[in-house]
Design a protein around this ligand. Structure first.
Ligand SMILES: CC(C)(COP(=O)(O)OP(=O)(O)OC[C@H]1O[C@@H](n2cnc3c(N)ncnc32)[C@H](O)[C@@H]1OP(=O)(O)O)[C@@H](O)C(=O)NCCC(=O)NCCS
Length: 181
């Protein structure tokens, strides 16, 4: 994810170097229990991170301090306020926070493999995620049973990112088929 900074990192983070520290701190504060890495003969080519819990404001503040020092939370709020305008509350249950494949390794099925792995690990419950309205990854998610359940648009966000807003997508719990005779 740092080989090619994301649209929102470029638009809303005070610096990309700080964004790396911010993300690392966020992962370690929020817990890496559900972090899976795609490895090709010793080379990391992608990863996914999901969690039952949301990311708390406290985790965010601590990560911002790790990213940009004590003024980090204020710097992040000043640069990133339009991001808050399209924030959508996530439903309870497992959430997919990150799915990333190295830019040079995309289009080879790594993202699909990671997503299937997460779906299998989550098991019977629903799985939710949030992303930009214009993210081409929507097709990948739709192909795995996700559909859009909420959308929030804002011009201030669009001016910075070129994307109209954000969506929440949910993959419902798979139906249990058959019943005991
Ligand atoms: C989304 C992402 C993880 C997909 O990884 P990948 O290894 O390229 O995925 P796959 O090779 O398994 O392709 C799966 C499907 O993704 C779709 N897709 C994903 N990204 C796409 C893109 N940028 N352009 C076009 N199609 C894309 C395609 O429909 C493809 O289906 P197909 O094989 O039937 O054509 C990768 O593009 C990525 O890291 N993107 C940047 C980070 C990001 O946006 N993550 C999602 C945040 S919610």
């Amino acid at each position: 994810m740092f080989a090619e900074p994301g649209v929102e990192q470029l638009a809303f983070m005070p610096s990309i170097a700080g964004a790396r520290r911010f993300s690392r701190a966020m992962w370690s504060h929020a817990g890496l229990g559900e972090f899976v890495v795609a490895d090709d003969d010793g080379e990391v080519v992608g990863f996914a991170w999901w969690s039952e819990n949301g990311i708390s404001l406290r985790d965010g503040v601590r990560a911002a301090v790790a990213g940009w020092g004590p003024p980090g939370p204020i710097r992040l709020a000043v640069k990133g306020w339009p991001r808050q305008l399209v924030e959508i509350p996530m439903p309870a249950g497992p959430k997919l926070f990150e799915l990333q494949v190295h830019p040079l390794r995309r289009g080879n099925g790594v993202g699909t493999t990671l997503l299937r792995h997460v779906i299998n690990m989550v098991g019977r419950g629903p799985l939710s995620l949030t992303t930009r309205t214009d993210n081409p990854a929507r097709r990948l998610y739709e192909g795995h049973g996700f559909s859009v359940t909420a959308e929030k648009l804002h011009r201030a966000y669009e001016r910075r990112t070129g994307s109209r807003g954000r969506i929440v997508m949910i993959r419902p719990a798979p139906e249990t088929t058959g019943s005991s005779p």
